[in-house]
Design a protein around this ligand. Structure first.
Ligand code: LLP
Length: 450
């Protein structure tokens, strides 16, 4: 009896990851493969090998246009910044060059500058900015989004020692629950990000900043989380920020030039899933801002920082089936990639649709298992999939955001190659990693050589 219970619990806890749960039937198998046809994907895998990330560049640009258009239809002044962390490949970032760049690190700022972004079209948000990062941001005129009083003091020192002013905003922690996975909920009171509204902490931050001649106070920002599929948390965030904007004007005479609502708009990861659209998001938050800021002589501009929405559904990860393994308990499809290349299922219990290319028969419940030496390396769980043969190609859909950008070299596997498809044009935008790349920055002390 106890053994049965343990087995039942174990099955439940495994089945809960990256797939269906025992009380939910598995999703029916749909052969559709995102922006590409099955034939296209099979050809790419043949030409470039696997594991391979494939992106549809035209789709990325269409999504920027749609996102921006949705907000411009509702609000007089809108600026969109691409959150580079979602996908930092230079080609992808370049496709989004007519957006601004939202950066989290020196590396991301350097990539943006190298690709021709101007400082005034860049934002730097981090909760732990190093002196080197601050210096780079100051020198390039990047808007710096401050996260704490300590951050403010660090920036003041850097500005003073360089004799240069900096454009700033503050990141607010509005204590809003975005109803998403807890690792990607960023605006609740226990998160490490932003300055709380409680006890007017945020007003005090602006007061301190105003007293510092090195700062040009420009705006306010809050990013409440990622993969958000409901309107209400966004509206609540907008309302809370607008309240601060009004208070700052009334109490301190500070007029902010922008309100930055961050990123976070989710995408559908399941077949047939309906999620919030940019149009509904824009309609909702712009209505709130216009209502709440009605009395002001000038509406602040609306800034946004989408990442996933712009690049998520454009990307597919292709892998090769190594073997199929049936056991009395679970059946596995073993593939030549793993959580080193797509960590989202392991880290966030994320669901990525899986397709077995060129097959539709012998549907069976499978776990798709990676090649990493860890039990948690299951990329998809309890999925109804056609039975593949070894050598077949499988596609993980919606892998364009936080796919490659979170990849690692764990277990000394090569990093995947990446290709960019625009109509008939296909470009290799990252060659496959190799051993030399893996070892390039290591050195062997003399006495350990042989
Ligand atoms: N702005 C800031 C300050 C952010 O921290 C982020 C994402 C964004 C904008 C863009 O958010 P998006 O529109 O992409 O939701 N690795 C996780 C997501 C982490 C998001 C981190 N910050 C995942 O794979 O789901």
């Amino acid at each position: 009896m106890t053994i049965l219970l343990v087995i039942a619990l174990l099955t439940f806890s495994i089945a809960g990851t990256a797939g269906s749960t025992p009380d939910q039937p598995p999703d029916p198998y749909v052969p559709e493969t995102g922006p590409f046809t099955q034939e296209q994907l099979i050809n790419y895998a043949r030409t470039y090998g696997t594991p391979l990330y494939v992106y549809d560049g035209n789709l990325i640009q269409q999504k920027l246009k749609r996102f921006r258009g949705a907000f411009e239809a509702q609000y007089p002044s809108v600026k969109v910044f691409y959150a580079l962390k979602a996908n930092t490949n230079m080609a992808i970032v370049s496709l989004l060059r007519n957006a601004g760049a939202e950066c989290i690190s020196l590396g991301e700022m350097q990539i943006a500058v190298r690709l021709g972004f101007r400082g005034e079209d860049m934002l730097f948000t981090s909760s732990a900015k190093t002196p080197e990062e601050l210096r780079f941001a100051i020198e390039h005129g990047v808007t710096i989004n401050l996260d704490s009083f300590g951050d403010l003091e660090n920036l003041r020192k850097e500005c003073e020692s360089r004799g240069k002013r900096a454009r700033i905003s503050f990141r607010v922690n509005p204590d809003v629950d975005p109803h998403t996975h807890r690792f990607i909920a960023t605006g609740h009171r226990f998160s490490k990000f932003g300055i709380l509204l409680e006890n007017d902490e945020i007003i005090r931050a602006y007061e301190v900043a105003r007293a510092c001649r090195w700062f040009e106070i420009c705006g306010i920002q809050s990013h409440i989380g990622s993969q958000i599929t409901e309107l209400e948390p966004f509206e609540r965030n907008a309302r809370l920020l607008a309240e601060v904007v009004r208070k700052l004007r009334e109490r301190l005479g500070i007029e902010l030039r922008f309100v930055n609502l961050g990123g976070g708009l989710g995408i559908p990861y399941h077949d047939g899933q309906e999620v919030l659209t940019p149009e509904r998001l824009a309609e909702g938050v712009c209505r709130v801002l216009k209502e709440e800021l009605k009395g002001l002589p000038r509406l602040p501009a609306l800034w946004l920082e989408p990442g996933r929405y712009l690049v998520g559904d454009s990307g597919v990860l292709l892998a090769t089936v190594i073997s199929v393994k049936d056991t009395p308990y679970r059946d596995f499809i073993n593939v030549n990639t793993g959580f080193n290349h797509l960590v989202r299922p392991l880290l966030y219990d994320a669901y990525h649709r899986v397709r077995v290319l060129g097959r539709s028969a012998d549907l069976k419940l499978y776990d798709v298992a990676g090649n990493i030496c860890e039990t948690g390396d299951i990329l998809a769980c309890d999925r109804l999939l056609p039975t593949p043969a070894s050598g077949d190609i499988v596609a993980f859909l919606d892998a364009g955001a936080y796919g490659f950008s979170m990849a690692s070299s764990y277990n000394s596997f090569d990093l995947p190659a990446e290709i960019l498809v625009r109509g008939d044009k296909v470009d290799l935008i990252r060659r496959r990693g190799d051993l030399e790349e893996l070892l390039r920055s290591q050195s062997l002390p003399e006495d350990l050589r042989r």
